[in-house]
Design a protein. Structure first.
Lengths: 330, 315
């Protein structure tokens, strides 16, 4: 027992001496603390006040739609029958809609859908765009010209009409298919919308990534990596891609906002999610016929879309400044 | 330039053919009966339905249907008949173009007239109060979706103030009522595209005002207004003109939502109602029409860029 204590004490002392020694040597390194690339970017991002405000708003919304429904347990589709189209009150913070349903509960539920559609659709678009841009930029030649022709063709497709058309044509069969196989028809629409938005939005990213790849692949460090026998896959994924990440991150951020607007437009036009699945756009669609009776039914979901997209766009702006190597370092 | 132009046009034709195949394929693969309401209408006997199917060639394989369609569409300019309106698609679509042109065209023109002076002034007085206000307004302007700004305008100007009608009707007589009902849709569209353009003009202007030739112009004693307008702005506008040409088709496409909010009987609302009614010939005509515009204005933008900027040489 005593021996154990002694050993423990001994180790403790030796550790503290070691720490002290390290502290002595670390004196200089503490003054000029090494900052990582990402640390640098974060320092830079924090200086951009509006971008920080955007980050705070976005994270708040994200937490609110995730956590608040656990506390605020009003049913999304339950009619609150004696009080339809009521304005905000202490009882119902955001009022009720024309069917007597609670607007706050629907905003929280709809936020989950709108935000997740935005995030997943942006992920789809960025993944496709990065893949195509990387292949075109890295291999060049025939691969490049074929992929770029395809990109050009996709850019010439009429985005909104096609989006409306495809969701309208395939909506019912997706719902039926997912209802039968996974017992979840809404998931079918979610996947359809996310895929269609992603498939019609990857082109700018592809061009961006291609251009970055073209310039980075000529750099000496890529030559060095090639000379020590790096494979093509590792050249693309390990050596070049990390160096072109900054514009991709900025594009991804802005893409989330654009995808949220696109999904809301679809739902607003009555071609997105069905009416028992509230999304912010779909709530606006329903509210527009009752503007004279209860304008708050439109103002709350509309403001949510607006604030979310504004927050995301400011974050994108801040990231662009923060990740620009010409601006950082100070 | 000549050879470049020919190659560029050939590529455009190939692109358009590819787009038409894709569009046709989407319609072809879509579940549901292309006859739409006709197929479920009990008053239409099966023989008649079969005759209609045959007359449209709905039982042929994909490539036969596509070639038949393409031959009629491009060579005979026969765009078929609307399933719901029972009139030739060409008349149906052409009838709706003037309203869309009036609303979107005026809006786009307005947005250019707003964006160029605001963007220029914003760049000259970078970080001033004006610049801060303008950039913030532009940021808000393109973060607010048109369907929300449209509803807000209706709440303020139709419901609260009762100044403007919120339903657009083509039967209104006289000039003032027609202008009155166009104010809100035009404002919504104009503000949205002006917000995007302001950022382009400002960025492009910021790039030129620090160029050496601008300093030279100033150094040789030119008036400030001449330096800004003749030396900076003229060069800054080259990429802006290209963007204006490139965005024109999207403005027509973007009018879909605005037309839907204010019930403007133009191409956009025709697109929505024909999609909801599975009126495939009309959907096809409008969607493909927008594609033609996009491809065409891509070429126009390239040509403008080369003509305006003598440094650009295509070969």
């Amino acid at each position: 027992m005593a021996r154990e204590e002694q050993v423990a004490k001994a180790t403790a002392t030796s550790q503290s001496t070691l720490a002290a020694a390290a502290g002595d040597r670390g004196g200089i390194s503490r003054v000029r603390k090494q900052r990582s690339l990402w640390g640098n970017a974060w320092q830079q991002f924090r200086k951009h006040k509006l971008a920080m405000a955007g980050l705070v708003v976005f994270v708040t919304f994200l937490l609110a739609v995730l956590l608040l429904p656990l506390v605020y347990t009003v049913e999304v589709n339950a009619p609150y029958d004696y009080d339809i189209s009521a304005g905000p009150s202490l009882d119902r913070l955001m009022g009720t809609d024309s069917l007597g349903q609670d607007v706050l509960a629907r905003i929280l539920f709809g936020g989950r859908i709108s935000l997740s559609v935005g995030l997943v659709a942006a992920f789809v678009a960025i993944t496709i765009g990065t893949l195509i841009g990387a292949l075109a930029g890295f291999f060049g030649g025939a691969t490049d010209s074929i992929l770029m022709r395809v990109t050009d063709m996709f850019i010439s497709l009429p985005q909104l009409p096609l989006l409306l058309l495809i969701t309208f044509l395939f909506r019912d069969s997706m719902v039926d298919f997912f209802d039968e196989n996974f017992d979840n028809g809404t998931l079918g629409i979610f996947i359809l919308i996310v895929l269609v938005i992603g498939l019609l939005a990857w082109m700018p990213t592809a061009r961006l990534v291609r251009a970055s790849f073209l310039s980075v692949k000529e750099k000496e460090f890529v030559e060095a990596a090639t000379s020590i026998g790096a494979t093509r896959t590792s050249l693309i994924a390990k050596h070049i891609l990390p160096n072109v990440l900054s514009p991709i991150i900025v594009a991804a951020t802005l893409q989330v906002g654009a995808a949220i607007i696109t999904e809301s437009s679809l739902s607003f036009l009555g071609l997105g999610f069905p009416s028992d699945v509230p999304t912010w756009g779909q709530m606006l669609n329903r509210a527009r016929d009752y503007l004279g009776i209860n304008m708050w039914e439109a103002i709350f979901p509309g403001t949510m879309i607006f604030l979310t997209v504004l927050a995301i766009n400011y974050m994108g702006d801040g990231l662009r400044d923060a990740l620009d190597p010409r601006k950082s370092g100070g | 330039m000549g050879r470049y132009l020919i190659r560029r046009l050939l590529i455009s034709v190939v692109t358009l053919i590819a787009i038409s195949v894709i569009l046709y394929l989407i319609m072809f693969l879509a579940p549901g009966d292309p006859l739409g309401e006709l197929a479920t209408n009990p008053n239409v006997p099966p023989e008649v339905q079969q005759r209609i199917r045959e007359s449209y060639g709905l039982d042929d394989p994909f490539y036969i249907q596509y070639f038949k369609w393409a031959e009629a569409y491009f060579l005979r300019l026969d765009w078929g008949e609307s399933f719901t309106a029972r009139v030739p698609v060409r008349d149906y679509v052409l009838d709706r173009i003037p309203v869309t042109l009036w609303i979107s065209g005026t809006a786009y023109l307005l947005s250019i007239l707003i964006a160029i002076p605001v963007g220029t002034l914003s760049a000259i007085k970078q970080y001033s109060v004006f610049d801060n206000v303008a950039t913030t307004a532009a940021f808000i302007g393109f973060s607010i979706p048109t369907f929300f700004s449209g509803l807000l305008l209706i709440i303020i100007f139709s419901i609260q103030l009762d100044w403007l009608p919120f339903v657009y009707t083509s039967t209104r007589e006289g000039i003032w009522p027609n202008i009155q009902q166009s104010i809100m849709p035009i404002t919504v569209l104009a503000l949205f595209s002006a917000a995007q353009l302001v950022r382009f003009v400002r960025a492009s202007m910021l790039e030129t005002i620090n160029q050496d030739y601008v300093r030279t112009a100033r150094a040789k004693g030119l008036k400030e207004s001449a330096v800004i307008v003749r030396h900076s702005l003229r060069n800054a506008l080259i990429p802006v003109v290209t963007i204006i040409a490139l965005q024109l088709p999207t403005v027509v496409g973007g009018a879909v939502i605005t037309e839907q909010i204010f019930r403007v009987p133009g191409l956009g609302s025709a697109l929505i109602s024909s999609i909801l009614a599975s009126d495939i010939p009309v959907v096809m005509a409008i969607t493909f029409g927008v594609s033609i515009l996009v491809v065409l204005f891509n070429v126009v933008a390239d040509i403008l860029y080369a003509t305006l900027d003598p440094r650009i040489k295509y070969d």
